[in-house]
Design a protein around this ligand. Structure first.
Ligand SMILES: Cc1ncc(COP(=O)(O)O)c(C=O)c1O
Ligand SMILES: N[C@@H](CCOP(=O)(O)O)C(=O)O
Length: 464
């Protein structure tokens, strides 16, 4: 299987090179040259299979023969053995026909672990095979960073540099990152927003001299290796509720559009998904785009769901590429307009194609808080504020006979202040994180200055 860039000017790559590249050399994102197709029979055969078996099958379709079958099996088994629930991603029925898909049973309590546990093992394998060391750079609003640091800590093949927006993550998220003291882990608290962190990471990739000398690699969902692992749970959840014979819908708390794009990929592969619902917090650029056909940046306001406080939604570019008929020139035009004037109009055909697949809704701060409170009162179930955004939007939709699955993207204990404010309950951290508040922290505060960030990384990376 080959992967092509959404901007059409970078060479097509195989799975391993696409994973190591992260962002394509032309600034685009890699997508499969063609979508693997799954028959109804193949999908039905997932029923009752362990999570790791389904992961091995689905991911294997994108890997091809680039990783030996036994090695891929070992990677997948190791990744999902790190989860604390036997089903890995269990479904819980919140109310009739509305389920939450709990994606937070991994080591750092957020859905990012599902992909990161796979990606770190995969990168380690590819780099070891090639006798190389890489510099991993990543931007985080809190969850990607903690999952990545946990997954890559202590690995000899990589140094990892994670940029988070100073003061804009929850304390638990920050401590999950900054209390990991392994020599290959570096936390940068940037004076800026998540979008500034993401811009800095993309600028490093677009600085080709720096990229090559540091052997840069990325762990954000711009990396195809993240998306591929997230496709799996859409299949697992849908089949558990009757697919392929019964279609299902998903509501996804959305920021960088990686998670919901994985659902779109599952649909393109043949999974019968009726509705893919984008749920945003007050930073609602994606909902506005679906409503108006114009992607228009405004300022980012801090919310109780900080991991979704995003304006530049990277993976939306992958959807633009697909919905514009894989026209890389059109994508280049839209991305240039975004850079120049902070907005662009989607071509009519593209917005129509997107509206045919996606719905969107926003949950404001009060509504999200009320949703946490009501769900606790009515169902004795504690939602984290990101999942609450999804549940709130899903509840507002017209009822359908098909199951609705809202993705539960984080454990409530990661956001204790918001949960306590809504319910009076403070969810305890699990045993392995119980002493988190007493652990020593290590981080460096840097100005939002590209050359300062590059200098910092250049001086510490062992890949150079
Ligand atoms: C807890 C949580 N929910 C939802 C999201 C949004 O996911 P995505 O960025 O893939 O849209 C994030 C961040 O990515 C997150 O950390
Ligand atoms: N919400 C994310 C933001 C980065 O998203 P990613 O999925 O592209 O890594 C976070 O928690 O860091």
């Amino acid at each position: 299987m080959q992967f092509v860039s959404t901007r059409g000017q970078a060479p097509a790559l195989g799975f391993s090179d696409a994973v190591l590249a992260g962002l394509a050399a032309d600034g685009g994102l890699y997508v499969p040259a063609a979508w693997p197709q799954m028959s109804e029979k193949e999908i039905a055969a997932f029923a009752g299979r362990p999570y790791a078996d389904v992961a091995y099958d689905i991911i294997g379709r994108f890997v091809g023969d680039e990783i030996p079958a036994a090695k891929l099996r070992e990677i997948v088994d190791g990744a999902y053995a790190s989860f604390r629930h036997p089903s890995v991603t269990p479904l819980v029925e919140l109310e009739p026909n509305h389920f939450v898909l709990e994606l937070f049973h991994g080591p750092t309590l957020a859905f990012k672990d599902v992909a990161m546990q796979f990606l770190s093992r995969t990168m380690d394998h590819i780099l070891s095979e090639r006798g190389l060391r890489a510099t991993i750079v990543g931007a985080t609003s809190g969850d990607t960073g903690s999952a990545a640091i946990e997954a890559f800590r202590g690995r000899d093949t990589t140094d990892i540099f994670i940029l988070h927006p100073r003061g804009r993550t929850s304390e638990v998220q920050r401590r999950q990152m900054t209390t990991v003291l392994d020599a290959n882990v570096h936390n940068i608290a940037l004076e800026g927003t998540f979008d500034d962190c993401q811009d800095a990471v993309k600028a490093m990739f677009n600085n080709h001299a720096f990229r090559d000398s540091m052997r840069l690699s990325g762990v954000n969902s711009i990396n195809w290796g993240r998306i591929v692992a997230q496709i799996v749970y859409y299949f697992v959840a849908a089949v558990a509720l009757g697919a392929p014979h019964r279609p299902v819908s998903f509501t996804v708390p959305t920021g960088n559009f990686g998670d919901i794009f994985a659902g779109y990929c599952a649909k393109r592969m043949g999974l019968p998904i009726s509705r893919l619902v984008i749920a945003t917090n007050a930073n609602d650029i994606l909902r506005r785009t679906i409503d108006t056909g114009r992607y228009e940046m405004q300022g980012v306001s801090p919310t109780i769901s900080p991991s979704m406080d995003i304006q530049i939604s990277s993976n939306f570019e992958r959807l633009l590429f697909e919905s514009a008929g894989r026209d890389a020139d059109a994508v280049n035009r839209m991305m240039a307009a975004l850079k120049q004037s902070r907005g662009f109009d989607l071509p009519e055909g593209a917005i129509a194609a997107i509206r045919a697949e996606f719905a969107a809704g926003t949950s404001g701060e009060d509504e999200t808080s009320r949703t946490i409170a009501q769900t606790w009162a009515n169902s004795a179930y504690l939602l984290d504020p990101h999942t609450a955004v999804g549940v709130s939007v899903a509840r507002r939709l017209e009822r359908s006979t098909e199951p609705m699955i809202t993705l539960a993207t984080a454990h409530p204990a990661k956001f204790p202040a918001a949960v306590r404010a809504a319910t009076g309950i403070e969810p305890p951290l699990p045993a392995w994180l119980a002493d988190l508040y007493g652990r020593e922290e290590r981080l460096d505060v840097l100005a939002n200055d590209q050359s300062a960030v590059e200098q910092f990384i250049g001086a510490r990376s062992r890949a150079a």
